[in-house]
Write a protein that binds this ligand. Structure first.
Ligand code: 13P
Ligand code: SF4
Length: 393
């Protein structure tokens, strides 16, 4: 993945996980290892599709395969359900009869699935290196320190944490413990409305863009109502006065994929394709979202294109696997990727057919590989925050 310069600030250094695109070494700064125990089938094996089919058929109802919209086609083909992170969390919770949940997505999604499923079920992530650089941008220690800063400023009592689904179980637990909720890109506005009924300020973690875009674009806040808390600076780089005046305290995190889209990408596509509708994900920068015609989660993007008139023209600002699939599914519409540069989520892409075959065949052989487990104490509070989200009107 590439880092970009942006108006609201990004870390100039890529996360260690982002550098482990193809490697098999360990990541010292993450809880996730990147070794795949056992032998992976070769990607060139011509029988992979047949092997995946056979293993899935042998497992029958014992296995339930979830596929996020950013997964590769070769993996999506085997998913029992596909969805955005909100839909997949609900789908996982609604399958108590499946012994194994194979999560084709990233680590924080598999953790959420473990939290929302029963202790009799096991969640498998086919490649443990499928993390999320955004989730890694907020650690439990940094967030605890931030809360101390808010406490010292005398505002912790009136601040409600709202954490994006794209965060670790520890951050979700922090959120639950402090009376907050989780949100996804499909329900961020409802989550924020709920939070402002509970308190006067919100600490929004870890995606500054989703927080800012929802507050300013959807809820009528001004940019001045928002401040950016930088965990790498003393006291977040903010004065007590700035913290006291703010309604929205945004964590300085971002998505390395959506952060690549720029105002130039929007202007360029409008010049190239007259009449194009620009539709982007709310993880994009505020200036991109402000210049777009429509904004929404992956599920929203899919529905918008399903409902679009034949002959209509679209430029989509989200992950490339999904945009390519949508272009293929709608040959009667012109659908292009918003940016000229290729933009896959490299960690989502780590789940490929060899890893899926390896995971399914291991289950057939009676071994449960790459189990994602959240400890009971973390689970208790993280579940409280997730349950609040699932109960939002
Ligand atoms: P949604 O699928 O919830 O829109 O999220 C996008 C994303 O970046 C997931 O990692
Ligand atoms: Fe994380 Fe962005 Fe990849 Fe989603 S698309 S998993 S937020 S890096």
């Amino acid at each position: 993945m590439t880092t970009t310069t942006e108006t609201y600030g990004v870390d100039p250094t890529p996360t260690p996980l982002a550098l482990l695109l193809l490697g098999r070494e360990a990541d010292p700064n993450s809880e996730r290892g990147v070794e795949c125990p056992g032998d992976l089938p070769a990607a060139s094996d011509p029988d992979l599709v047949e092997r995946a089919r056979a293993a899935k058929a042998k497992l029958g109802d014992r296995v339930f395969i979830l596929g996020h919209h950013y997964q590769r086609d070769e993996v999506i083909e085997f998913a029992d359900v596909t969805g955005d992170s909100f839909k997949l969390a609900r789908d996982a919770a609604a399958r108590p009869e499946a012994e194994y949940i194979v999560f084709c997505g990233v680590h924080f999604m598999a953790e959420s699935a473990d939290i929302l499923t029963s202790s009799a079920q096991q969640v498998v992530l086919p490649d443990l290196a499928a993390g999320c650089s955004m989730a890694d941008m907020a650690t439990a220690e940094q967030v605890a320190e931030c809360w101390d800063v808010l406490t010292e400023a005398g505002i912790a009592d009136v601040t409600v944490p709202v954490s994006y689904m794209n965060s670790s179980a520890d951050i979700k637990a922090f959120t639950g413990k402090h009376g907050g909720t989780i949100c996804t890109s499909s329900n961020a506005q409802r989550a924020l409305e709920w939070a402002y009924e509970q308190g006067q300020k919100v600490l929004f973690l870890p995606d500054q863009h989703l927080g800012r875009n929802t507050a300013v674009r959807d809820m009528g806040f001004s940019l001045d109502d928002c401040v950016l808390y930088n965990p790498h600076k003393p006291k977040g780089g903010l004065t007590t006065e700035q913290l006291r005046d703010a309604k929205m305290i945004l964590w300085r995190g971002h998505c390395s994929v959506h952060g690549r889209f720029s105002l130039d990408s929007v202007n360029d596509v409008r010049a190239r394709i007259p009449g194009v509708t620009v539709l982007v994900h709310p993880e994009c920068k505020h200036e991109v979202v402000s210049a777009a015609d429509m904004v929404g989660s992956t599920e929203y993007i899919i529905k918008a294109l399903d409902a679009a008139a034949p002959g209509s023209k679209w430029a989509i600002g989200t992950e490339l696997n999904l945009v390519r699939r949508l272009a293929k599914a709608h040959p009667d519409k012109e659908i292009v990727f918003l940016d000229r540069a290729v933009c896959f989520c490299s960690t989502m892409n780590r789940i490929d057919l060899p890893h899926l075959v390896w995971a399914l065949e291991s289950l057939v052989e009676g071994r449960v590989p790459n189990v994602i487990t959240v400890d009971p104490q973390t689970e208790k509070y993280a579940k409280a925050a997730l349950d609040r989200m699932l109960a939002l009107p």
